[in-house]
Design a protein around this ligand. Sequence first.
Ligand code: 4MI
Length: 408
Amino acid sequence: MPERLDSAVEPRLDLDPFSDEFLSEPYPYHERIREAGPVVWLERYELWATARFEQVHATLRDWETFCSSAGVGLSDFRKEAPWRPPSIILEADPPEHTRARAVLTRVLSVRAIEVLRETFQQEAERLVGALVAGDQGAKHGVRFDAIESLAQAFPLKVFADAVGLPADGRENLLAYGNMVFNALGPRNRLFDDAMAQAEPVREWIAHHCSREILSETGLGAQIYQAADDGELTQDEAALLVRSLLSAGLDTTVIALGNAIYCFATHPEQWQRLREDPGLARSAFDEGLRLESPAQTFFRTTTRRVNLAGADLPAHAKILLFLGAANRDPRRWEDPEKFDIERKVAGHVGLGSGIHACVGQSLARLEAECLLGALARHVAAIELDGEPVRRLHNTLRGFDVLPVALTPA
Ligand code: 4MI
């Protein structure tokens, strides 16, 4: 662990951001961290942390000082062996990062994925239409678990199809994603449980990164095409497909679930969306801001640096509270309000800078199609029982979200 410099004056806090208590209801803790100072020292893990928008944003953008190649979780890859070979995009710095990023930037660009829109729209109509028609006679509307029936069902179909995965076994992506993101935290019970649950699917994932398994036209095949064109080695192509499988499913499932939760608890915002389904895209972003699926990431200093008065030595880990930055009253007016018409651009729910989510256009396309179809077919959406939270070292979302829909 890095030594604290003698001159360090930043506030010291004795909180565990990875405890069940914190993860169940993080926002009061976020406020304590934000208000204690721009940069704080977390005694329990002996690391720096920031929950303010300005410092989170600045840290994300300064990749030369705050690097990713030592891992973006608590573990420092220079001191501890990672649990899997590092990602060549997430856990890399320029210049290595640049080559991998260029391939995914192209394959996942707005223009490249526009060809998926029609299929996504049809699938969203089919899924929502079937749900709404399923139980017309029900007195209190149509009742189901929105996580399983919407937030999981839709990406499991359209994202996995887009990548080019076979139909069989794709639900393995859920357990794998759960492990990838839990493994960014400390070795607590959540970490161990996620590892144990995903152990049986690790071989399936590795196998499904190979060229022979993937369809000839999907995103996976396009990554292998980049290898054929000399941009990547074949091994790097397999690792970039692994990145798609790691980061592309669980995140969107949680984000869609959180958006549905926001609407179920803010009926007036649902009515706004119904009046103007064109708001679906920015509504999704407002959900990302208010209930950020990726709550935290770490960076590691490459040199001694002063951050808002705190003197950080080289090789120190810093914990960034993205979810808290997205509710920082210094940056957002009425930060706790779900307002789908707010100017939400600039939130850090998808990061910022060279590592900002490379799949964000694909995620937004999924959300636009699913929320748009719901807006056209659903007059009202309400909670229909207690949602069950998923406690998770990085992601904030639900395991179960019982809802009742009134068909339009
Ligand atoms: C930011 S979430 C994430 C991104 C990339 C990867 C995993 C998770 C990966 O494996 O490259």
